[in-house]
Ligand binder design. Structure first.
Ligand SMILES: Cc1cc2nc3c(=O)[nH]c(=O)nc-3n(C[C@H](O)[C@H](O)[C@H](O)COP(=O)(O)OP(=O)(O)OC[C@H]3O[C@@H](n4cnc5c(N)ncnc54)[C@H](O)[C@@H]3O)c2cc1C
Length: 479
């Protein structure tokens, strides 16, 4: 290693992957047969959101199913905003990606699960509701064992390294790293909301860094709220439970919604009643051993009593705008997984399509990234160009404290209006301001975005809201 302007920098790599969830790990494995890969993770390798995923991964594997039917369900849930070409890639490549995981040693359960919004049984799962943990563990094992992959655990990206209108790596809390291509796989931002199912690190670091470096970001107003989280906790009670027959009851013990309706509909139906009860007494609880164990640990007996649940922020649909090969608008910079906006989810995500997105677009990113030009040797001596507003040593987008998190929950939660969103625009936190700006511009209700002051869809807004540093927001159609 050598020093540049007081910052150490290390040997170049072909692909630098920031993030060790399913998107980053799988992309690293796909690239490693052709090049040198380095993976950074700011937290422990097994602390990603991916490890928490319960329901599973959607793929048209059943005899009565096809990728076209999977695409139809995805497009319907996306409420006119899903990008058809991205949905085509996602659904057609899904069965092959599941086979890849099996080859890597993931053992899936025998049957296919049914989840809200899916017209067929098509969700593969492992260990009942332990899918994310099983998949992430196996990918971590494979990555750690690969001779062409180096892993830096506990190393945090502070900003992207941009030189001559190209991303040439990142600056971390330890050093500067140059790479032919950089893949952001930093996950979502739902931990910015005070009620969340996400781990504390899910703060949108990649989206903030990419925006500051000049890449465009989009669809930030679409945030999915999971309907059924155990009250006063982050424990999610998976959709798969409702797929297997769990029912929702109001304070009078009456059913009040279609348990398998899209998440935004179920979440708002629950939110209108405050806390409701999820009745698990009639389902085969032996199929969900880890979930049942978690409930018992917290003092609930699902065999005896319905469980109190309420919605929580769960998934951020928007992120860094990419093409179908996960390229951002900044040459050399790629994004995949929850931090990317490929357009597959449109205005709402179909359950179990996100781990699939990590696999399909993580692989596409890896293959495309290896085609990037090699960096010139001369660049070794170039100091990192700080991106506008970058702030090494400090939290990427400004301090995230309870004030920020509570304000997002209150003013940009399940139901928004202009007054709350205007208040949020004064937030000290960059991503909070960008989310508020997007939600304010979307003067309609569509998918996971619900405006009390604009409660219906507006055809003229069947477009993506795209933000670029130093430019006016743009409305775009993606084909
Ligand atoms: C409780 C729960 C259940 C879910 N169930 C399902 C499901 O059943 N099916 C489904 O499809 N989806 C599910 N999801 C959603 C899905 O898990 C996520 O969308 C997906 O795992 C995101 O993966 P990722 O690889 O993009 O990011 P993550 O898994 O979030 O990984 C992000 C990585 O980036 C690292 N990172 C972040 N910032 C930095 C930085 N500045 N520097 C260095 N490293 C950084 C993190 O440390 C982490 O390693 C669920 C989500 C939750 C919370």
């Amino acid at each position: 290693m050598s020093a540049i302007n007081g910052t150490r920098h290390s040997q170049d790599v072909d692909l630098l992957v920031v993030g060790a969830g399913v998107a980053g790990l799988y992309a690293a494995l796909c690239a490693a047969s052709e090049g040198q890969v380095r993976v950074l993770a700011k937290g422990p390798l097994r602390s990603s959101t991916s490890s928490l995923a319960q329901g599973g991964i959607a793929a048209a594997l059943g005899d009565d199913d096809t990728p076209a039917l999977h695409a139809e369900d995805t497009l319907r849930t996306g409420r006119g905003l899903s990008r058809p070409t991205a949905v085509g890639a996602l659904t057609q490549e899904a069965p092959a990606r599941i086979r890849d995981l099996v080859e890597l040693g993931v053992e899936f359960d025998d049957d296919l699960g049914l989840e809200g919004g899916h017209s067929r049984r098509r969700v593969v799962h492992a260990g009942g509701a332990a899918t994310g943990d099983r998949v992430a563990r196996r990918l971590v094992e494979r990555v750690l064992a690969h001779p062409n992959i180096e892993v830096a655990e506990g190393e945090r990206m502070q900003s992207l390294w941009r030189s001559q209108d190209r991303c040439i790596g990142v600056v971390t809390d330890r050093r500067a790293i140059r790479a032919r291509a950089t893949l952001l796989a930093t996950g979502g931002a739902a931990a910015l909301w005070s009620r969340t199912t996400n781990p504390p690190g899910a703060l949108g670091d990649g989206v903030i860094a990419a925006y500051r470096a000049g890449a465009s970001v989009a669809d930030l107003e679409f945030v999915q709220f999971h309907p059924t989280t155990l009250v006063d906790s982050t424990l999610l009670l998976s959709e798969a439970l409702r797929g297997e027959g769990a029912i929702l009851l109001d304070e009078f013990g009456e059913r009040f919604t279609d348990e398998l309706a899209p998440r935004d509909v179920v979440a708002r139906d629950i939110a209108a009643r405050g806390t409701v009860l999820l009745d698990l007494r009639e389902i085969d609880r032996a199929r969900f051993p880890s979930l049942m164990g978690s409930l018992m640990e917290r003092g609930y007996d699902p065999a005896e009593t319905p469980i109190p649940v309420a919605p929580a922020a769960h998934y951020t649909v928007g992120g860094i705008v990419t093409d179908l090969d996960a390229r951002s608008e900044l040459p050399g910079l790629y994004a995949a997984g929850e931090c990317a906006a490929t357009g597959v989810h449109g205005a709402n995500r179909l359950a179990s399509n996100s781990l699939l997105e990590c696999l399909v677009f993580g692989r596409r990113a890896a293959l495309a990234a290896l085609g990037e030009p090699r960096l010139s040797r001369h660049g070794h001596d170039v100091a990192p160009e700080p991106c506008p507003g970058s702030d090494p040593g400090h939290v990427l987008g400004g301090q995230v404290d309870e004030v920020v998190r509570t304000a997002l929950w209150r003013d940009c939660g399940l139901i928004r209006d202009a007054a709350g969103l205007e208040r949020l625009q004064a937030s000290s936190h960059l991503l909070t301001r960008l989310v508020a700006e997007s939600a304010l511009l979307r003067e309609e209700s569509r998918g996971s975005h619900f405006r009390a002051d604009f409660p219906v869809e507006n055809l003229s807004l069947e477009r993506h809201i795209v933000l670029r540093l130093g430019h006016e927001p743009a409305l775009e159609t993606w084909l």
